[in-house]
Design a protein around this ligand. Structure first.
Ligand code: GRF
Length: 215
């Protein structure tokens, strides 16, 4: 008898911008490549392109304009309580959440960052990779902790920096990989291959002390 399929994961996705990662995740779900559904999209920016795109896909899309962090987080906690996500997926969400808030979702809040962490935490990563003369650049999916861009690393995609690269050309190439590795991490979690207990990620049961690399 075939094993019963695991329950599909419920995803709440937080965005601030156009939401191309959100759409890559939603597409993977739609095309049957991901055992998870985006049940809610939340943005701190009322006119974020990703909110409109989510609505067009029939996904609940909620704007919570950023006023004060404490107010934003109270409202965010309410909407997340209503959608009861298994994972909170930060996808181009440009605000920093408080340690207390992050702690409530320990082990089930993910972020994608456009650099090979721990290199280039924070903003303007493509410019900084070029200025540093890096031979490689890329993207990292990690668990969110109170340390900005500092949670345990799960999966990275590496690309070579090419002669003549600009921040825009690097960004475009990095994003193509982001759209692959973010759904991949979520699928591994849905399959139970990637787990996290007490802050320790494991892949196929083995502690993940170095990030997996996209193949
Ligand atoms: C991505 O490059 C991601 O790594 C970073 O913000 C960007 C979001 O892009 N955190 P998009 O809104 O998903 O297109």
């Amino acid at each position: 008898m075939p094993a019963a399929p695991a329950r599909r994961l419920r995803l709440a996705v937080l965005i601030s911008g156009r939401g191309s990662n959100l759409l890559a995740i939603a597409r993977a779900s739609e095309e049957g490549r991901l055992d998870a559904d985006v049940v809610q999209v939340v943005s701190d920016v009322a006119d974020a392109g990703g909110l409109a795109a989510a609505r067009e896909l029939g996904i609940e899309a909620i704007a919570i304009p950023w006023t004060k962090r404490v107010e934003f987080e109270a409202a965010l906690a309410r909407v997340l309580a209503a959608s009861a996500p298994d994972l909170v997926v930060l996808a181009g969400f440009m605000r920093v959440l408080s340690a207390d808030f992050v702690e409530r979702f320990a082990g089930r809040m993910l972020n994608i960052h456009p650099s090979l962490l721990p290199a280039h935490k924070g903003l303007h990563t493509h410019e900084r990779a070029l200025a540093a003369g890096d031979a490689e650049h890329g993207a990292s999916v990690h668990l969110v902790t109170a340390a900005l861009d500092g949670g345990p690393l799960l999966l990275q995609a590496r690309i070579p920096v090419l002669a003549g690269d600009t921040p825009d050309s690097l960004s475009a190439r990095v994003q193509r990989h982001e759209h692959i590795i973010y759904p991949q991490v979520i699928q591994w979690i849905a399959e139970g291959r990637l787990t996290c207990t007490h802050g320790q990620p494991r892949f196929d049961g083995a502690p993940l002390d170095e990030p997996l690399q996209q193949r």
